[in-house]
Write a protein that binds this ligand. Structure first.
Ligand code: ADP
Ligand code: ZN
Ligand code: ZN
Length: 783
């Protein structure tokens, strides 16, 4: 993967993407000067006589016959080089093929989000002024009903009064996160927000636009083109620990794994997996190679980053959605600059798997079972674990997959031989021989029979009291954020629905503006109506508990208990995850109430109790992977307890204590579960013993979308059946309408390992009516 010193003449023709029209499209240009151009470079071209900056998607060796060479316009100059090597381009081509999509879409996913935005800023030319958008103070509040609120409920960043559109709400939130201001071009670049969103808010007096002269002191103070600097600070330097016997074995096994191969590090929670990544990383760096460390969740980045920074401060490169576009471009450039004298350690989320690193020695993929590694939209619908496997294979790096609850797929690959097989090494004990916490199941039916209809069962209350009195800490998982799951009319039972989606609205409670309703699918927000739309009654009742309601209840029932909330609403602002975790780790609260993100990977030594309310919300999803995913989540949650000196305990409240997932959770034998699950799937010839693919259609018009689905099914049916595959559908998606759009799907089912019996994406799209979009998911996680 050396970058060559010899300049080879570039391709004679190029596919160049230009932002022309709504979505932009690909054009073919000639390269008569033989400029050494490649995938990702930005070039200057002309379109209909006007200058443009375009993105090189690929060089062409042959011109398609329908194009006449002399009619092609030339590329004028290189504007900005991506400087990637041919291996990187080849990786993208493989991913594009795996995902049944174009190289262009894959390239767009792989490049940092600001890459194309850079482009539109340049095109506007060197103007004297730049537009700065600034938040204005909110208008005086309309009288809001008093809402009882525990003192320490952090004011949710997301709450917006009604009267603004969801997009406007998003823009306001983004501005808030950025400290109240941003360049207009940053907001509108790469199609993020249209100008009308900004103008609408301006008319409402919520923000203003102001010209700032380029080069002025203020312009410089604002960081010029680049927004503010990095967030957070690493905790004081952590010493490298002497690995224990099991960790040493794991490191030796990794060293013995052939380049390009994969090793599963199956370690129970708290067994020291992260320490293995750190030490493996040190070895690779010492050999002059770079390391890619991937984590599934933005919420896990701060802790991981701190631990890596404490050891390898100068070599760390961050790459995740918590960074600004300029910071992500800077990370990209640092990766390009990595060489044997300056190897880097990238800590990032899913899309970091595409960073252009040559001299890659190791990819460590933490929590490899986590479904957040899968991208559902936009295309390519890739799985970062699969890309990492390909990447390791291509570049001779080793792939280290870590988990306490490995995915069925990875576990199966450990049992195979030959190429694509994974070796396995275990860490079966916690550090310091600490015991795994026992699980206590509370049967909520029995609680009900005995007249206890509260959210918190008596055993949980008692245990929480002890936590408070002994100065310990607890984490409490509530599957849903907000105040309650839905709001229904006491008189007629009508549930308040989102006007744009086929789902119920969730009640959110704000200290400032009282209760109001939000859609968790499209982010629609509205005030609670005075009267029921169906029967005119004015009595509503919230059902189901969200994080806010649980907090409120804890505050009412347990005097003096200090509670913090950890969910998407409270972590949304910049550094939100870090701030809350630091507060909790510093002992500023006894209990951390949160959604799924609470269960994953955090190392909080003070926690002795992990509890889940309403486990049933996790158990009954109608999906192939529902058992696997809910057991993984519950075991992960259990893994948060008892990591420090004091032993831990787990309490699970459920109405179905006999559910297989609950039984496996109690006996803690995850491997037994995998065996049973695999046998079941083998018997029924389900994934991974077969292959499924999903075609998703989305359109504003319900009839047009349904018709398109039917037409598409008819078109592909012959090829699908001829290949021995089955076509199931078309059918409306389980939630048919989201954000005012209709969703239909076609399911394809066929033999494991066989190629998709489909024509190329561009052909599939032909004949789709205007306004109907199509996504192809070649290996969907949810069916
Ligand atoms: P995992 O990632 O498997 O959940 P961690 O790597 O977070 O586990 O380790 C759990 C705790 O044990 C951490 O606080 C870590 O610093 C500590 N630890 C890990 N390895 C060692 C070791 N060899 N000696 C002492 N402490 C260790
Ligand atoms: Zn009613
Ligand atoms: Zn909605």
């Amino acid at each position: 993967m050396e970058r060559s010193e010899v300049v080879t003449p570039g391709p004679a023709w190029l596919h160049v993407w230009l932002e022309a029209g709504r979505e932009g499209r690909l054009f073919t240009y000639a390269n008569p000067q033989g400029l050494p151009l490649a995938c990702g470079d930005l070039v200057r071209v002309r379109l209909r006589g006007r200058p443009h900056i375009g993105l090189v998607v690929e060089g062409l060796e042959q011109l398609p016959p329908e194009l006449e060479p002399h009619r092609l316009q030339p590329v004028e100059a290189l504007h900005q080089s991506a400087a990637v090597d041919p291996h990187w381009r080849a990786l993208l081509a493989e991913v594009a093929e795996d995902c049944h999509t174009s190289l262009f879409k894959t390239l767009k996913t792989a490049l940092p989000p600001g890459w194309l935005g850079q482009r539109s800023e340049r095109r506007s030319g060197p103007s004297r002024n730049r537009w700065l958008v600034e938040l204005l103070p909110p208008p005086p509040k309309v009288a809001a009903g008093p809402a009882p609120q525990p003192e320490n409920d952090p004011e949710p960043a997301g709450e917006r009064p009604p009267g603004i559109t969801p997009r406007q709400g998003e823009l306001l939130e983004l501005l808030e996160q950025r400290g109240g201001r941003a360049w207009l071009s940053t907001l509108t670049g790469a199609g993020r927000f249209s100008r009308s969103v900004v103008e609408g808010l301006e008319r409402q007096g919520r923000l203003r636009r102001r010209a700032v002269a380029e080069g002025s002191a203020e312009w410089l103070a604002l960081g010029g083109a680049a927004p503010a600097g990095s967030q957070g600070s690493p905790r004081p330097s952590e010493p490298a620990r002497a690995p224990n016997e099991a960790q040493r074995q794991a490191l030796d096994r990794l060293a013995a794994t052939p380049p390009g191969g994969a090793l599963l590090l199956w370690g129970v929670t708290g067994s020291g997996k992260t320490e293995v990544y750190l030490q493996a990383c040190a070895r690779i760096l010492a050999a002059g190679q770079s390391v890619l460390v991937l984590t599934p969740e933005i919420g896990l980045v701060p802790q991981l980053l701190d631990r890596f920074k404490a050891r390898f401060a100068g070599a760390i490169v961050e790459y995740h959605s918590g960074l600004s576009e300029a910071q992500r471009i800077a990370s990209w450039r640092r990766c390009l600059g990595a060489d044997p004298l300056q190897p880097v350690v990238v800590v990032g989320t899913r899309s970091a798997v595409f960073l252009p690193l040559s001299g890659l020695g190791l990819i460590a993929l933490d929590e490899e079972h986590d479904s957040s590694y899968k991208q559902d939209a936009p295309m390519p619908c890739y799985h970062a674990r699969d890309v990492a496997r390909r990447r390791a294979h291509r570049s001779g790096a080793r792939l280290l997959l870590g988990s306490a609850t490995p995915s069925l797929e990875t576990w199966l690959s450990c049992q195979q031989k030959g190429a694509g097989a994974t070796s396995l090494v275990r860490l079966s004990e916690r550090i310091g021989q600490r015991p795994l916490p026992p699980v206590r199941v509370v049967d909520m039916r029995a609680e009900l029979v005995e007249g206890h209809r509260r959210l918190l069962s008596r055993p949980l209350m008692e245990r929480l009291e002890r936590v408070r009195d002994l100065g310990e800490q607890a984490v409490v998982l509530v599957p849903r954020r907000g105040y309650s799951s839905f709001l229904s009319c006491r008189s007629c039972g009508e549930v308040v629905q989102c006007p744009h989606c086929d789902v119920a609205l969730t009640v959110h409670r704000s200290a400032r503006s009282g209760d109001w309703l939000r859609c968790h699918w499209c982010d629609h927000r509205q005030a609670i109506e005075e009267r029921c739309g169906a029967c005119g009654s004015s009595a509503f009742k919230p059902f189901g508990a969200g994080t806010q309601r649980v907090m409120e209840q804890l505050g009412i029932e347990l005097e003096g208990l200090r509670v913090l909330r950890f969910d998407r609403d409270t972590t949304r602002s910049q550094g939100g995850h870090r701030r809350l975790l630091e507060q909790f780790a510093a002992g500023e609260a006894d209990v951390l109430v949160g959604t799924q993100m609470l269960a994953k990977g955090m190392d909080l030594p003070g926690v002795t109790l992990a509890a889940v309310l309403a486990a049933d919300g996790l158990l009954h999803r109608p999906d192939l992977r529902s058992s696997e995913q809910s057991l993984q989540l519950l075991l992960q949650l259990a893994g948060r307890a008892g990591r420090g000196e004091r032993p831990g305990e787990v309490i699970v409240q459920t109405y179905c204590p006999d559910h297989p997932v609950i039984r496996h959770l109690v006996d803690g034998r995850y491997e037994r579960f995998l065996e049973e699950e695999l046998a079941l799937r083998r018997q029924a010839a389900l994934v991974p013993f077969s292959r499924a693919a999903l075609l998703r259609l989305v359109g504003v018009s319900a009839t047009a979308t349904a018709t398109a689905a039917t037409t598409l099914a008819e078109r592909i049916a012959p090829q699908v059946t001829a290949a021995g595959w089955q076509l199931i559908g078309p059918a409306p998606a389980p939630v048919t309408r989201v954000a005012g759009r209709s969703r239909w799907q076609l399911l394809l089912h066929g033999p494991a390992g066989s190629p998709l019996p489909l024509p190329p994406e561009t052909v599939l799209r032909q004949g789709l009516p205007q306004g109907v979009g199509l996504a192809i998911d070649p290996d969907p996680l949810e069916l």
